[in-house]
Design a protein around this ligand. Structure first.
Ligand SMILES: [Zn+2]
Ligand SMILES: [Zn+2]
Length: 185
């Protein structure tokens, strides 16, 4: 799979948005600042409470697409997300490579975010299949991921969760095979 193009790599922004903690009231502004390479230089990251709420809706929809287990559900949720997007493609070489952006460069931050996320996610789902999206199998983690492995074998959101689960499974096996002997009397 080729994730080198803007459209495909934009799914990484979608996944990170879906997984970001939203406990702080300023979470969206912090998220935008941490991902400023996706936005036109000079874009204001000051969001109104209403805009922050809409960013959360976008995050929830990305998550809903990743959690969907049937194509009908994927379509419904994806189209709900796409309805929030305002695509107005333009070509740019701001990083030295000629490529397309999905949102108009002077759009407000929320519009750039929602459009980039919706288009990036849709492009990968359409080209590579919705089965490429999943939720982490590690205990206590419900982060979503996109599976870019060649054989589509990914089960965890991160290497941290993968190795944590391997250790836990190993311990569980040891316990089964090797029960603690009862206390001798
Ligand atoms: Zn770019
Ligand atoms: Zn995880």
């Amino acid at each position: 799979m080729d994730y080198d193009t803007y459209g495909s790599s934009a799914i990484e922004l979608a996944i990170e948005l879906a997984n970001v903690e939203r406990t702080e009231p300023e979470w969206a502004r912090a998220f935008l600042s941490a991902h400023d390479e996706w936005f036109t230089p000079g874009t204001s990251f000051e969001l109104s409470p209403g805009e922050t709420h809409r960013a959360a809706t976008t995050a929830e929809l990305v998550r809903a697409v990743a959690l969907a287990e049937a194509q009908d559900d994927v379509l419904a949720r994806l189209n709900e997300l796409l309805a929030l997007a305002r695509p107005r493609p333009y070509a740019t070489d701001h990083d030295g490579e000629l490529h397309l952006h999905f949102a108009r460069p002077d759009a407000p931050a929320l519009e750039q975010l929602t459009t980039t996320v919706a288009m990036g996610l849709s492009q990968v789902v359409v080209q590579h299949g919705w089965q490429r999206l999943g939720v982490c199998s590690a205990e206590g983690c419900d982060d979503v991921y996109v599976d870019t492995s060649r054989n589509a074998s990914r089960r965890y959101c991160s290497n941290t969760c993968a190795s944590r689960s391997t250790v836990a499974a190993y311990r569980a096996r040891r316990k089964e095979e090797d029960p603690v002997p009862p206390n001798p009397r």
